[in-house]
Write a protein that binds this ligand. Structure first.
Ligand code: PMP
Length: 440
């Protein structure tokens, strides 16, 4: 056995090759390839670039981490990211479910699944959506690899380069990056406490003839605003009148801390004008990479085809495990716990902002979600503030990344209150106040 193991190791290391019925032969040693030294790009081969090759993405969180690491900060406070607290991820429960699914489904669970998603999971999602007032059949649900893929598929299905898309301004930076990569031109509609200012939409529909309206009605990223029910109705009515599809991104809809649940746009739409997108990244764990969309009519098949071209199917094993997790009610229990904790953290952040930043910032308290959106009062250079904040050991997402016109975001910061404990929130906000004071 020892000798066999040694041969197997040599073979795995590429030093020998075995031929059945012949023997084991030493392989010629290949020259070791040396990468061009960093910074010297001229040594790499030069190829032509595809249309998306120059696209970029906002790296706000990793940028802060990188800066903080370089600054030797020992206990940095991260308000910059877009996820919930990893300490609350139901790691053990999910691990148990995963093992049970592997035992139960064996090879079947590890093969490619249906391109539109594991049917029992689609059924479960359909039941959950029906309980939220959105009646959608499992046949109209497409499971995607995160909701980012769902956004990308819808955009690829409906838009061509140079088309116009209506977005809230500010909006999710990942959507702006996607539009930019595909040469789609966003037109911003301002956001106030009640979400998108739908009253300002009609002239834009008449002037620009956009091909899509992208909106985040619940606890919008980055502002945290929730679209009022009258605006929801007005938005769907306008979309129907002008025949413009709506892409409804409900990325944290389940994380409501107070106020009444508002109807999903999809539930107000009798004609298939709304494509609804959601994800398990924020309520459960981002690395499940499971999101979904719900679409009616022929566009559904187009989306399934595109999905297949993109990645064949979302991980079958993860979908099966997620379905078991959802079906045994663990999700609801997890959600209740998460809501209780995040609500307290939101309050801790509001208290700390009132205590340390009183008079320096303006904000509205979000009814749910992950973010507090601050407007700096007076002229402040957002870039300079970020540098000071990094020195002080606190990170935030600078507002510029969420605006079409980056300069319009200079006065804004997005803070994630869900990611940190209440004590860290207090520490982080006091550091932010120090950083602001140093700018004066
Ligand atoms: N929509 C919004 C508004 C987001 O903030 C994000 C990620 N932060 C996504 C979609 C994509 O998330 P995921 O792919 O993890 O579902």
């Amino acid at each position: 056995i020892t000798v066999e193991n040694a041969y197997a190791r040599l073979e795995a290391d590429g030093l020998v090759a075995s031929r059945v019925g012949s023997g084991t032969y030493v392989l010629p040693v290949l020259p070791i390839t040396v990468s061009p030294s960093s910074g010297d790009d001229s040594a790499w081969p030069v190829w032509q670039q595809g249309p998306l090759a120059r696209s970029k993405r906002s790296l706000q969180d990793s940028l802060f981490r990188h800066l903080a690491d370089g600054h030797g900060v020992t206990d940095p406070v991260y308000f910059s990211g877009g996820i919930g607290d990893p300490c609350l991820f139901p790691v053990r429960e999910f691990g148990r479910v995963m093992q049970r699914v592997i035992r139960r489904d064996g090879m079947e669970g590890l093969s490619y699944g249906e391109p539109n998603g594991y049917l029992p999971l689609r059924r479960t999602i359909s039941q959950v959506m029906t309980s939220l007032g959105i009646c959608i059949n499992p046949e109209n649900i497409l499971v995607t690899t995160g909701s980012q893929q769902a956004l990308s598929l819808v955009v690829q299905a409906l838009l061509r380069s140079d088309d116009m898309v209506i977005v809230e301004e500010p909006t999710y930076n990942g959507a702006l990056d996607l539009f930019e990569a595909l040469h789609i031109r966003p037109i911003g509609v301002p956001v106030d406490e009640q979400g998108m200012c739908v009253e300002q939409l009609e002239p834009l529909l008449q002037t620009y003839h956009p091909k899509l309206i992208y909106t985040i009605p619940n606890f919008q990223n980055p502002t945290g605003a929730c679209l009022s029910s009258s605006r929801r109705r007005a938005l769907v009515a306008l979309a129907l009148r002008y025949n413009v599809p709506i892409l409804e991104d409900d990325f944290v809809g389940d994380l409501r801390y107070d106020g009444c649940t508002q109807p999903a746009l999809k539930s107000l739409d009798p004609c298939g004008t709304v494509i609804y997108v959601s994800t398990f990244s924020k309520m459960l764990m981002p690395d499940l990479r499971v999101g979904f969309l719900a679409a009616d009519g022929p566009i559904y098949e187009t989306l399934v085809n595109l999905k297949c071209l993109n990645d064949l199917a979302t991980s079958n094993l993860t979908q099966r495990a997620l379905n078991s997790f959802l079906s045994v009610g663990s999700y609801q229990a997890h959600l209740r716990k998460t809501i209780r904790i995040y609500k307290k953290r939101r309050e801790a952040m509001v208290t700390a902002v009132d205590r340390y930043l009183n008079g320096c910032v303006a904000y509205s308290v979000p009814q749910g979600g992950l973010f507090l959106w601050l407007r700096l009062v007076g002229q402040v250079d957002g870039g300079a503030l970020l540098r000071q904040a990094v020195d002080a050991g606190v990170g935030f997402a600078p507002g510029a990344g969420f605006f079409i016109d980056k300069s319009a975001g200079e006065q804004f910061l997005r803070l994630n209150f869900a990611y940190q404990t209440e004590a860290s929130i207090d520490k982080g906000i006091s550091r932010l106040a120090e950083a602001l004071a140093r700018l004066d």
